[in-house]
Design a protein around this ligand. Structure first.
Ligand code: BGC
Length: 364
């Protein structure tokens, strides 16, 4: 058991004794009784955080513990801000920090601060490196990159352009997931001999930066100088598609990848403008995180039956849960994201997309 878990357990034992009729103040974690769980998300440009992660996590906590309180903050893409938000959560009496780090390296300082106050830390979706943490919940992120590469390579082959070349628009270099997506994708491209003509890391994962990078690549290679674009997520994919259009290319003829199954990404897929996305089931990610976070907040150990593996984050072996990503093209939008209720037909099938929805068999 970690030292913080031991201390928590000891504190609980003392509280239990006090509860036999003596003073209970200071026990149960907070003055107003409910356990406080801090959820710190990294940014709000990518829709997943406010649309899925936050509500899914809050609902899971509510189901497990009706008098628990979620202290929520979003760093809006600012690592410094996330640091202050973590400090504020600790000051407000958070009994566990669930952190999706804006910058994995500076987040080690957050983990240290929490540790110093015996508050456990769960690393959510992105791994906090070189800092002591109690658990990690995410997807198999290397597999995300492999799925992107396999799906794009297969399409290139169908188009008679087996070896590409492609333009690679990777994620934010401060995000450890971006390195894993890139690693998995390169493995996939190498395996089938798809070559990379130009490659970029995209600060902040922003669509604008991705569009600028893709424009640069297209200018350097010429409109005929590449066969597809690997974009690490749907936002950067949207930027890459805007660059294709800007160069006078038809996005229906140049396959582009993505990730997150955002409404905008899925609509582009239905319209034939984006080739694929990766669906990550955020509801189970948030749910298992809520279960583990609550156990940690109550001074218990990480529930071993949830753990799928141990991952080395540079500061030790971290009990981890890695969920499976799913590749989505026009063919399986209906049977994956729509069937799961991750997006609804009414969100997808608006105005210009009604006909494409019908074609894909999606109806309300
Ligand atoms: C997440 C992706 C997301 C990206 C940008 C990654 O760490 O796993 O789902 O698109 O960050 O926020």
């Amino acid at each position: 058991m970690s030292s913080s878990a031991l201390l928590k357990r000891a504190a609980f034992a003392v509280c239990a004794l006090l509860a036999i009729g003596l003073v209970a103040a200071g026990c149960g974690g907070s003055d107003d009784g409910g356990t406080k769980i801090a959820l710190l998300l990294p940014e709000n440009e990518t829709p997943r955080y406010e649309t899925n992660d936050r509500p899914d996590f809050e609902e899971s906590i509510e189901e497990l513990c009706s008098d628990c309180e979620v202290l929520y903050s979003n760093a809006g893409g600012d690592a410094q801000k996330q640091q202050s938000q973590a400090e504020a959560a600790l000051t407000q009496g958070a009994e566990v920090l669930v952190v999706d780090p804006m910058d994995s390296k500076s987040a080690a300082a957050i983990a240290e601060k929490a540790k110093a106050q015996n508050v456990p830390v769960l690393s959510y979706d992105r791994l906090i490196e070189n800092g002591e943490i109690d658990a990690y919940v995410s997807f198999d992120n290397e597999k995300v990159g492999e799925l992107q590469a396999e799906t794009l390579s297969k399409k290139l082959k169908e188009d008679g352009k087996d070896s590409g070349p492609i333009i690679m628009i990777n994620g934010d270099p401060a995000d450890p997931n971006a390195a894993l997506f890139k690693k998995g994708a390169k493995k996939g491209f190498d395996a089938v001999g798809v070559t990379i003509a130009k490659e970029y890391d995209t600060p902040d994962w922003s669509a604008e930066n991705a569009q600028r990078e893709a424009q640069q690549a297209i200018t350097a290679l010429g409109n005929d100088g590449f066969a597809g674009i690997y974009a690490a997520n749907d936002d950067t994919g949207g930027g890459a598609i805007a660059a294709l259009k800007g160069a006078g290319l038809n996005p229906e003829e140049v396959p582009v990848t993505g990730q997150d199954a955002t409404v905008a990404g899925l609509q582009r897929i239905l319209a034939g403008q984006q080739y694929m996305t990766v669906y990550k089931e955020i509801t189970p990610e948030a749910k298992v995180s809520a279960e583990i976070a609550l156990a940690l907040a109550e001074g218990k150990e990480v529930p071993q039956d949830k753990i799928t593996e141990e991952i080395d984050n540079g500061a030790g072996q971290v009990p981890s849960v890695l969920l499976k990503p799913i590749a989505v093209t026009k063919d399986n939008v209906k049977s994956t994201v729509v069937a799961d209720g991750f997006v609804t037909a009414s969100e997808l099938c608006t105005g210009a997309y009604a006909a494409a929805c019908k074609e894909a068999g999606i109806s309300e």
